[in-house]
Each structure stands twice: as structure tokens, then as C-alpha cells.
Design a protein around this ligand. Structure first.
Ligand code: LLP
Length: 488
């Protein structure tokens, strides 16, 4: 139905000109997103136009069924795959990707546990009614108040990140007459193929206890012994610590199975050393999150069952080789559950076309499409060079696709939401655009830069939309001001 598209020397090699820019690649859209009879986008039968009219834009729309289905597929995939090997597996939803009262409840109702990364996230999970025994608390620098909140609530596990924290927590729990349930976060030295800032298991970074022997006895350590081994000795000796097991997380937005497999093998090797040294078989092993999703058509995510099967094969091989009893496995997916379930609706304002210098030395047209949000509602393109895609959501168009850049409204030229996308050339003021795969790390990372108010979040299910986070108002922003000219 569309005119053939001229290629652009500005387009990155991975972005071929589409035959139909209105088409929806099921990989990047939630299962409930489709084009309605009038051509407009709809989520679970609710049209984008109706959502925008009722709730305004920018609007983060969560397809609740899609979120729940992904949560279920992780739980069922992992639990059934690991049942014979180690009695099953637990799935913790990584709250940091998209924690609200509603999403925490969806996860819990689908049989997941919840992983939190701060006192604030812990408070949300508790307020949502998640069983404290099914909550984990992470953080490389937890405050005393956060540790106290975790112990008060009776969380199922505190993931301890350093020898420093372990020594402190042992004394703190003892002082309170409590026993802290602890997992030790290890850095297995696997450098995942992802952006440097979201890769977390190589040595030279802030997270975790290294498996490599220390060259000197730094920070309370012992020369020639790894910080991880030192931590196990301390934990096993402390009456106020119940050492449940070990944890590792190699990074985020990872597609290859080999990194996860290698990390699993290394931490299982460590568990075998612990058993040899102390005669203790630690009962739990958490293999973290980080499973990649499709932001654009070039990404090839694997279904949860496939991830589980690959990991189970690696775990089986390692436990057989090491003669270990398999510990109970847990994982912590965040983005893979919440990311594809979300899309952001924006209203188009200003458009313009510029002559841009192409890498091949030629000059070509680039269309700028400015929308009513930007880096404050999705900082990922700016922070991580993350690629996204977009479609015209309020209608379809027969106009030729034009190489376009979707930008926000901030006072910053780097304020880009979608660096390169083919949009119909007639996209204009008042049209709605939808950006898929925005369910993870957008709402939770949003800011008030330029005093923009943060978008509402709506959940859509069975033809009904309801607000789960209301839109921020200018009054909300002013509420935190302490005005010396008008002391109240
Ligand atoms: N477990 C631990 C210990 C983590 O640190 C993380 C993410 C997860 C699980 C969940 O990872 P996921 O399955 O969602 O990839 N803001 C960045 C991502 C930072 C991830 C931090 N830790 C982004 O927008 O890409």
C-alpha cells in the first residue's frame, strides 16, 4: 500500500527502509497491541487516541496481560526446567525496572517474588502486600535505615555486596538480637556484551565480592584469598548471619547464553570450594537478571523457556562435574517482564526537515519530529545510546516513509528519543506517535529536567484502562519548594 522508499545515506546499516512503516513487528510490541479497523493503534482493544484523549500525553501504557504473561512464562519455564535438577526455581521480578504498587502485585499474583534495590523500593513492595519472605534487598551501599527496614520487615534475603557490609550487618543484627538471612553477591569475572555502564560482573567496578584472590590483604581481606572466600568465612562464623547462598548478576540487555552459563559455572565452582573448605552445602544460588528484549527489529530475544533450558544444561553439567548437590536456583528478570509490556504515547508538535551530512560525504534530508516528552520520561537513548523505534499511532498513512529523528522538548540538542526511524513523511502536529518497549527503566528513571512533569502510567486490561500512577502536576513540583519569601 505504500510507495517504495528511497534509501537514505543517513540511515544506519541496521535500519532498512520499510515496505510499510505502519506495520507492527510483534517482537517489539506487547502482545495486546494491534492496529484497529480505523488504522489507529490499540492496546488490549483500547485505542491510542482514546487513551491520549482521556489521560493526556506523554503517557506510559502498560499492557497488563502482556506483563503477566511474561512473568508467568519465566516462572513456569524456570520452575519446570529446574524441577528435576534442583527441586525447582524461584523468579524474583527485578523491581528496579518498573516498580509500582500495581506491577508488584501483578508479579506476586503470578507467583513471582520481588527483588528491591533500596529502602524506597522495599517500601513499595511491602505496601503492595508482597510477602516479606518473598522479597530480596539489594544495594552496594545500603544505609543503616535500609538494613533496619529489611530486618524489621523480615525480608527473605539481604544480598550482601562487600566484606565491609557483611561485617557491619553481622554486628548490627547481633545488636538487635536478630539473624540476617544473607546471600553474597559475587563478581564471577564475566564481561557481558552490553553497554559498559550496565555490565556488572567484571572485576573493576563497584558491585560484588570478587572470586579472584586478593593480591594484598586489603579492606579486611587476606592476601591470596578471594574476598568472596573471606566473606563466607565471616558469614559462617557469625551467629547473627544465616548464609543462604550466593548471587551473581552479569549485566543487562544480554542476548547470548554463554555469559550466563560461564557465570553459573564459576559460582558453582565456588560453592564446591566452600563445601570442601567448610563442609557446608549452601542451599541457594541466584543467577541474576539481564535477559535482553527487542527494542528494534534487529534484536533477537529468546523466550524464557529457552533461556531456562540453556541455563539448566550448563548448571547440570557443572554440578555433575563438581559432584555438588544442586542448590535451589533463582533468577531476577526485570526488563524482560516489564519492558515489552509498555509503550509510550506522545503527541507530535513541531516538525522540520534539515540537510544533514551523511557519513559517505553526501548530503541528505533528515526529518525532525518533536514530541511533548523527551529525555525526562525516557533517558535511555541519551544515557546508553539505546535505540528505539516508533510508529504513527493515531492513524495509518500512505505517504512515503522519511528518515526521521524523534526528539523531545528539552533545552538540550542531545534530547533524542528515537535516533533513526522511518516515519511517514506526512506525520504532523497533533498526530500521536507510539514508542514500544518502554515498560522498563523509563518511569523509574524519569526526571523533572526543565521542570517537566512526569507522565501518568495507565494499565490496560480487557478493554479497560486505569491510571496506576497519576500524571505529575506543576503543583507537585512546587510542593517541595521552601519559599523564603512566603514562609508558611
Ligand atoms: N538483578 C540485579 C542484581 C540487577 O542489578 C539488575 C539490574 C537486575 C537483576 C535486573 O536486570 P534486567 O533483567 O532488568 O536487565 N538502567 C539500565 C539497566 C540497569 C540495570 C541494573 N540492574 C537500563 O536502562 O538499561
Amino acid at each position: 500500500m505504500t510507495t517504495p522508499t528511497p534509501a537514505s545515506p543517513l540511515a544506519p546499516a541496521w535500519l532498512p527502509a520499510p515496505t510499510d512503516p505502519d506495520a507492527l513487528d510483534p517482537k517489539v510490541w506487547s502482545a495486546g497491541t494491534a492496529r484497529a479497523d480505523d488504522g489507529g493503534l490499540a492496546v488490549q482493544g483500547v485505542s491510542a487516541a482514546a487513551l491520549a484523549a482521556e489521560f493526556g500525553t506523554p503517557l506510559l501504557v502498560m499492557d497488563e496481560d502482556d506483563f503477566r504473561a511474561r512473568a508467568r512464562s519465566f516462572r513456569e519455564g524456570f520452575d519446570s526446567t529446574f524441577r528435576d535438577l534442583c527441586g525447582g526455581a524461584d523468579v524474583y521480578f527485578a523491581g528496579k525496572s518498573m516498580l509500582t504498587l500495581s506491577t508488584a502485585r501483578w508479579a506476586a499474583e503470578e507467583g513471582l517474588r520481588v527483588d528491591t534495590a533500596s529502602g524506597g523500593e522495599l517500601a513499595v513492595a511491602l505496601r503492595a502486600g508482597v510477602d516479606p519472605a518473598h522479597i530480596g534487598l539489594h544495594g552496594n551501599n545500603k544505609s543503616v535505615a535500609e538494613l533496619a527496614a529489611a530486618l524489621d520487615a523480615g525480608v527473605g534475603r539481604i544480598i550482601v555486596d562487600s566484606v565491609d557490609e557483611l561485617v557491619f550487618l553481622a554486628a548490627f543484627a547481633a545488636e538487635r538480637g536478630q539473624v540476617a538471612p544473607v546471600m553474597l553477591r559475587l563478581t564471577p569475572g564475566v564481561h557481558a556484551h552490553t553497554h559498559d555502564f550496565i555490565a556488572t560482573a567484571h572485576e573493576d567496578q563497584k558491585f560484588g565480592l570478587s572470586l579472584a584472590p586478593s593480591s594484598e590483604g586489603r579492606d579486611g581481606g587476606i592476601a591470596g584469598v578471594s574476598p568472596a572466600a573471606v566473606a563466607v568465612r565471616i558469614a559462617l562464623q557469625a551467629d547473627s548471619i544465616e548464609l543462604l547462598g550466593v548471587h551473581c548478576h552479569i549485566g543487562s540487555q544480554i542476548f547470548e547464553a554463554d555469559g550466563f552459563g560461564l557465570a553459573a559455572e564459576r559460582v558453582l565452582g565456588f560453592l564446591a570450594e566452600v563445601e570442601a573448605e567448610h563442609g557446608v552445602a549452601l542451599p541457594e544460588l541466584d543467577l541474576g537478571g539481564g535477559h535482553g528484549i527487542a527494542y528494534t527489529s534487529v534484536d533477537e530475544p529468546r523466550p524464557a523457556a529457552e533461556i531456562a533450558a540453556a541455563l539448566a544444561a550448563d548448571v547440570r553439567k557443572a554440578v555433575e562435574r563438581l559432584g555438588l548437590t544442586c542448590p535451589r536456583i533463582s533468577i531476577e528478570p526485570g526488563r524482560a517482564i516489564s519492558g515489552p509490556a509498555g509503550l509510550t504515547l506522545y503527541t507530535v508538535g513541531v516538525t522540520k526537515t534539515v540537510d544533514a551530512d551523511a557519513p559517505d560525504g553526501s548530503t541528505a534530508s533528515r526529518r525532525y519530529v518533536a514530541v511533548d516528552g523527551g529525555m525526562s520520561d525516557n533517558p535511555r537513548p541519551v544515557l546508553y545510546d539505546a535505540d528505539y523505534t516508533a510508529v504513527l499511532a493515531s492513524r495509518t498513512s500512505d505517504a512515503a516513509p522519511a528518515l526521521s529523528r524523534v526528539v523531545g522538548k528539552h533545552c538540550e540538542s542531545g534530547d533524542i528519543l528515537v535516533r533513526d526511524v522511518w516515519l511517514p513523511v506526512d506525520v504532523t502536529r497533533g498526530d500521536l506517535l507510539a514508542v514500544p518497549a518502554t515498560g522498563a527503566y523509563t518511569h523509574v528513571m524519569a526526571s523533572n529536567y526543565n521542570a517537566l512533569t512526569r507522565p501518568a502510567v495507565v494499565a490496560v486490561r480487557e478493554g479497560e484502562a486505569r491510571v496506576i500512577i497519576r500524571r505529575e502536576t506543576v503543583e507537585d513540583l512546587l510542593r517541595r519548594e521552601v519559599d523564603p519569601q512566603n514562609p508558611s
